[in-house]
Design a protein around this ligand. Sequence first.
Ligand code: GLY
Length: 335
Amino acid sequence: MIVAGAGIIGLTCAWRLAQKGMPVRLFDARETGAEASWAGAGMLSPGGEVAEDSPLARMAIDSLAAWPAFVKELEEASGQSIDYQTCGAIERACTDEEAQALRQRAAQQAAIGIRSDALNNFDRFYPGDAIVDPRDVTAALRIACLRAGVKLHEHEPVLEILPGGTSVRTAKAVYADDAILIAAGAWSATLCPPEFPKSIPVRGHLIAWDATGIRLGPILRYGHTYILQRARNGRIIAGSSTEYAGFDRTLNESIAAGIHARASLLLPTLASLKPSESWLGFRPGLEGDSTGPVIGKIAGGSPGSSLWAAFGHYRNGILLAPETARIVSESLIGR
Ligand code: GLY
């Protein structure tokens, strides 16, 4: 298998396939996990992301359930510790209308197995929500992949899938294999046949504070504004923004200031604290109405080719990684 893209999705798929005995070459334009996986806050929270029954909701719930065993197995395979917390999340409403909408959403979520409890008229607690540090996960996956025999090609992007769909070209060589997996996140559109949903970057800014002395506990959320804390070093992270700005890497200070203002409404003590860092990442979105992700064999490749896809995870790439890799590896090899 050739895997194009060594973010959390490509890494997890490569690890699972190599564990099942498949020879894997994993390519990336940069180092492993350097893009959206590095930028992500690491909220594992179907409670904040899905409102009603859908294939995506089911997958999010299944993948959340897989995370504890995934962390344990990955820690053992890599010898690295992973900052993972089942801390729950508090979802806030600020007006009576918002509180009513939150109650309605909670009833729909309860019907598909996402539990939440009212704390008062405005706030709900989601006990199942968790946080992981995605940078820990991709660092551990890199080691686990190498130990499982994956051949890692960092700084060597797949430039093209050659006609026939059984070989790829990079700047260094042409590599052939029975199967190719496109897992290049927001960059997948350059490799995917035109009849498939097109990946697009959806930029998001995040900001962080270090050494604040604050102890947060659960994730705090209001709409798409969230605050969470790393267990290892107490770092507080707030997000985010949703921007259609292509692959522009220029930090926008007014967007970061907007996140600071929104985060301060959730946790007023942040208002007077200067963030120690801000950064951005490119979520792997999909053009048009596609709700994504695109996972599975891509029909429409040439006869005899075995072209696979795992991209378009948008806001949930970290959450959906274990379940994506299970689906890909079981479809390719079986259980
Ligand atoms: N998953 C949170 C975000 O994409 O901002």
